[in-house]
Design a protein. Structure first.
Length: 391
């Protein structure tokens, strides 16, 4: 990396992500009176869900990615150390799960964990050159971060990233859209519109004011992907939301960068409140809050949870990125966002039908930490250049 300080920050993030892996693997920490026999590890079920595979892969991708960036140059001993230690950690966690109530221990999970480590290493190799400004793929730091925002938007909307060209599958994904506009959801329209707004601003930062035109083919590509990706559907609310967000992003180029970004920051903060507390149904029972960190993510369908989390992380990261563009100090911005989310969670405690989750402020702080690891370029734009560039 560029300097020892940067490696230390990546090391801190690597240790933090490893702690979350251990936490998630052993939750809810309810130990069996008698551990399951070790032969349980060798059992392979007849059907393994895609969400389980993707979950086991994604769980260890940060281990390989952050580990390589933390330990310096990608030498063979470093790669062997990361793959070996990560595999041993995965095997140890699966063995411990034999004693954890409600968890399923299996060696095939550890195999997918190892594949996740390898995927993280492969992603870290080009990322290291980009972050250090080396090699033919070097990009100006702030433009790189902007492109990452665009990729994060597509990735969050396409989770679990598994396409299927089976015609029946495509028809099933499009069936909600073919039902027309009878069941529109204002909240779903709002949620779908925020991604294009962020991506449009990111394209302006990366490519200049004309770059926002790239949002048109990207939005079309996004909608087409929802028709073929497993676990996705395309309905009229998503279609209207993406169209509205794309249109507003294009119209927003009429404003100067600073007021446009400030409006977008306010819109994101207000949208977080709306998505958190609406709809309010007084006839719905109150739900118990999740005061144990990450408990909500580990309960229920993992794919649905991951899709919801990906959308929220995009909003948190995007808002902090916009604040950094406006030269706001990142640490106070992250703390302010975490406090705002904490207020929203406390409001949810009082509302029927809403489940408060203490993890949301923690996600905001993790997003601030991740953004701090991405280099930024101070904007020093002369009056003459400001007429030619829009960032």
């Amino acid at each position: 990396m560029q300097n020892t300080g940067s490696e230390r920050r990546w090391l801190l993030l690597w240790l933090l992500m490893t702690s979350l892996v251990v936490y998630g693997s052993l939750y809810p920490f309810q130990w069996r009176p008698e551990p399951l026999p070790w032969q349980t590890l060798l059992v392979v079920p007849r059907h393994i869900s895609r969400s389980d595979i993707i979950g086991n892969l994604a769980l260890f991708i940060p281990y390989g990615f952050c580990g390589l960036l933390a330990l310096g140059r990608p030498r063979l001993p470093v790669i062997v150390l990361l793959v070996g230690s990560g595999t041993l950690l995965a095997l140890a966690l699966q063995t411990l799960q034999l004693s954890v109530f409600g968890r399923t221990a299996a060696l095939y999970d550890a195999a997918w964990n190892t594949a996740g480590i390898a995927s993280g290493l492969l992603l870290a190799l080009p990322a290291r050159n980009w972050l250090t400004g080396r090699g033919p793929m070097a990009i100006q730091p702030e433009r790189l971060t902007a492109l990452l925002v665009v990729l994060a938007w597509l990735a969050s909307e396409w989770l679990p990233w598994v396409p299927s060209l089976d015609w029946q599958h495509v028809k099933d994904n499009l069936r909600p859209l073919l039902q027309g506009f009878a069941h529109l959801s204002s909240l779903q329209i709002l949620a779908a519109a925020l991604g294009p707004l962020l991506a449009g601003e990111a394209l302006i930062v990366a490519l200049g004011s004309a770059g926002v035109l790239g949002l048109l083919p990207l939005s079309g590509l996004l909608l087409a992907g929802k028709a073929v990706i497993v676990g996705q559907t395309l309905n009229s609310s998503v279609l209207l939301g993406v169209a509205a967000g794309t249109g507003l992003a294009l119209a927003g180029t009429a404003l100067a960068p600073t007021p446009r970004r400030l409006l977008l920051i306010l819109l994101l903060a207000a949208s977080m409140a709306g998505l958190a507390v609406l709809p309010i149904d007084p006839y719905t029972a109150r739900l118990s809050a999740d005061w144990v960190p990450f408990a909500g993510l580990l309960r229920g369908d993992m794919l649905i949870n991951a899709q919801s989390l990906a959308g929220r992380l995009l909003l948190y990261f995007g808002l902090l990125w916009l604040l950094r563009l406006q030269r706001a100090p990142l640490l106070p911005a992250g703390i302010a966002l975490a406090l705002w989310l904490l207020v929203l969670e406390l409001v949810q405690v009082l509302l029927p039908g809403q489940r408060a989750d203490i993890t949301e402020p923690l996600w905001a702080l993790l997003c601030a930490m991740a953004l701090a690891l991405l280099p930024s370029t101070p904007e020093r734009v002369s009056p003459q250049a400001s007429s030619r560039r829009d960032y």
